[in-house]
Design a protein. Structure first.
Lengths: 113, 113
C-alpha cells in the first residue's frame, strides 16, 4: 500500500516564476492538506481540500492556490515566487472519518533563487 | 487561536537514558494533541495522539505522553532511548478533529552512544 507520494522531490526556481507541486494521497484517503516547513521551523498549514473544494485555509496569500481532482490527488500552485517561499512543502492525507491523524509525504523541497 | 510552545530546541541524551520533550499549548477551547517525528529527509510520522479519554497516551516506538489540562502541557517521554530515536520531534494541536494542525517549532533529540 503506497503512502502519500509527492513530486517533484526537489526543484529550483527563480523569483517571479510559478511552481506546481503534486500529491497523491494514501489509498482510501479523501482529504488532502498542504503544509509549508521553512528551515528549522515546524510545518505551517496552507490549506485543506475535501471533495474537490478548499475547506480551510491558513494565513497564506492568494499567490498560493490549489486544486483537488476527482481521484483525490492534489496540486499546490505558487505564483510570483519570492525568496521567502523557499521551504519544504508537505502534503498530508487523512481518513474519511476525521480522526485528526495525518499521513505525510516526504515533501517537495523548493529553492527560490 | 491556538499556539504550541516547545521549550527546548535541542535535547542531547545518552543512549538508554530516559528523556522528556516538553510541549505547552495555548487554547481557549478544548483541543486535540499530537506528537509527530521527522527523521532526516523524510516526512512526518505520527507518534501518538490525544483526542479524549485517558490522559496517558501510549504511542509507537515506546513513547508515551501525558495530557495535563491544568498545566496545558503534553510532554513526551521515553524511559530508555536508542540511537535510532535521533530525529526532530514536533508537538501539534488541533481545535477539532479536522486536519488543520498548529505545530510547535520542534525539538531535536540527539542520542549519543
Amino acid at each position: 500500500d503506497a503512502g502519500v507520494t509527492q513530486s517533484p522531490t526537489h526543484l529550483i526556481k527563480t523569483r517571479g516564476q510559478q511552481v506546481t507541486l503534486r500529491c497523491s494521497p494514501k489509498s482510501g484517503h479523501d482529504t488532502v492538506s498542504w503544509y509549508q516547513q521553512a528551515l528549522g521551523q515546524g510545518p505551517q498549514f496552507i490549506f485543506q481540500y475535501y471533495e474537490e473544494e478548499e475547506r480551510q485555509r491558513g494565513n497564506f496569500p492568494d499567490r498560493f492556490s490549489g486544486h483537488q481532482f476527482p481521484n483525490y490527488s492534489s496540486e499546490l500552485n505558487v505564483n510570483a515566487l519570492l525568496l521567502g517561499d523557499s521551504a519544504l512543502y508537505l502534503c498530508a492525507s487523512g481518513l474519511p472519518l476525521n480522526t485528526g491523524e495525518l499521513f505525510f509525504g516526504e515533501g517537495s523541497r523548493l529553492t527560490v533563487l | 487561536a491556538q499556539s504550541v510552545t516547545q521549550l527546548d530546541s535541542q535535547v542531547p541524551v545518552f543512549e538508554e537514558a530516559p528523556v522528556e520533550l516538553r510541549c505547552n499549548y495555548s487554547s481557549s477551547v478544548s483541543v486535540y494533541l499530537f506528537w509527530y517525528v521527522q527523521y532526516p529527509n523524510q516526512g512526518l510520522q505520527l507518534l501518538l495522539k490525544y483526542l479524549s479519554g485517558s490522559t496517558l497516551v501510549k504511542g509507537i516506538n515506546g513513547f508515551e505522553a501525558e495530557f495535563n489540562k491544568s498545566q496545558t502541557s503534553f510532554h513526551l517521554r521515553k524511559p530508555s532511548v536508542h540511537i535510532s530515536d535521533t530525529a526532530e520531534y514536533f508537538c501539534a494541536v488541533s481545535r477539532d478533529s479536522s486536519y488543520k494542525l498548529i505545530f510547535g517549532s520542534g525539538t531535536r533529540l540527539l542520542v549519543r552512544p
